[in-house]
Ligand binder design. Structure first.
Ligand code: UD1
Length: 323
């Protein structure tokens, strides 16, 4: 298949590119390398420009006759979104309007969107989110992504475009063969930061908030291995090809760990100790986010292979040492 991938040099995009490239698809990656790395582009051709450059994108799409678009490009740091909301509405919402419009114009009728569990905010009872849980994001990052989901839903009703929105829970770890991993500069993700501490790249970290209504007072998240998440995209592409329908799907394992549990796991698995100071809450954090994870298995036939926090941590650490 001829595929357009935006943000293919980033953390998740590069893992999906790795899988789709191995399958022999003809891929063009549009990535401005603002957070992605050229070395992560193991397959495909690379066009380096910003998605705001609509004319360039239009020309590329007119030339290439893409059959599918996977849209990863975007800004993802929750606290930054609280401080700079318009950056998030520009990069995540406005750029998506333009991309979706061009997909409709050029007849690219299969669209896979990187959505997020941040859409649920604190609205799920006990933090367990089904796809029917009310979307009520509590930060601009989540709101910017929610608007793109709404646009896709409405566009799919009005045009021939079908889409799969994958609502990612907390993606972590690195490719099990260590071909790609997370390279994001100034990363804010918990497991990445703890791995940087374990390798000595950082001398300390912080645990944000110990007064949440959870078993140990720290936030609970559903950590999913990045290769399993990448496989969900491959399965979504097959679904769009065969079923010609749209779907909104949670992408998580269905159980969670507290921040303290994750930090302890990193220390145990790596055998390294490092200071983790308990400090106040971080802006925009929901207390608990756990996926109700059945629908994606039913709709896509997705079978995760790496539901194991120790393995997630080990791959993150091994990659961090290699970087
Ligand atoms: C958020 C989004 C998620 C998105 C991800 C991308 C929400 C609710 N979730 O995940 O959809 O995919 O960003 O960046 O908006 N923590 C520490 N110390 C640290 C780092 C993190 O204690 O140094 C804590 C956080 O406060 C949080 C948990 O660890 O409770 C996980 O944080 P993080 O890895 O940044 O991901 P989310 O914010 O959950």
């Amino acid at each position: 298949m001829k595929i357009l991938i935006t943000g293919g040099a980033g953390y998740i995009g590069s893992h999906v590119l790795n899988l789709l490239g191995q399958q022999g698809h003809d891929i063009v990656v549009v990535d401005n390398l603002s957070t992605g790395r050229k070395e992560s582009l193991l397959y495909g051709r690379h066009e380096q420009f910003n998605l705001e450059e609509v004319e360039k994108l239009d020309q590329l799409m007119a030339k290439e006759n893409f059959e599918a678009c996977l849209h990863f490009a975007g800004s993802i740091v929750v606290p930054e979104s609280v401080e700079k909301p318009l950056k998030y509405y520009q990069n995540n919402t406005t750029n998506s309007v333009n991309l979706i419009e061009l997909c409709v114009k050029h007849g690219v009728n299969r669209f896979i969107f990187s959505s997020t569990a941040a859409l649920y905010g604190d609205s799920a009872p006990n933090g367990i989110c089904t796809e029917e849980t009310m979307v009520a994001p509590i930060n601009p990052y989540g709101r910017s992504k929610m608007m793109t989901e709404f646009m896709l839903e409405d566009t799919a009703k009005a045009t021939a475009l079908n889409y799969v929105a994958l609502r990612y829970f907390n993606v972590a770890g690195a490719n099990v063969d260590l071909k790609v991993g997370q390279c994001s500069p100034n990363a804010t993700h918990l497991i990445k930061i703890a791995s940087e501490c374990a390798t000595g790249k950082r001398d300390k970290m912080a645990i944000f908030g110990t007064d949440y209504d959870t078993k140990d007072g720290t936030c609970i998240r559903d950590y999913i291995h990045v290769d399993d998440l990448a496989q969900a995209h491959v399965d979504a592409l097959t679904f769009l090809e065969k079923d010609k329908e749209s779907a909104v799907l949670n992408c998580g394992y269905g159980h969670g760990y507290t921040v303290r549990e994750v930090v302890e796991t990193v220390k145990r698995v790596t055998g390294k100790d490092f200071p983790a100071a308990e400090v106040g809450r971080r802006a925009g954090d929901a207390a608990i986010l756990i996926s109700k994870a059945e629908k994606i298995r039913e709709v896509l036939g997705w079978k995760p292979k790496y539901d194991d926090l120790d393995l997630i941590v080990r791959t993150a650490y091994e990659w961090e040492k290699k970087l």
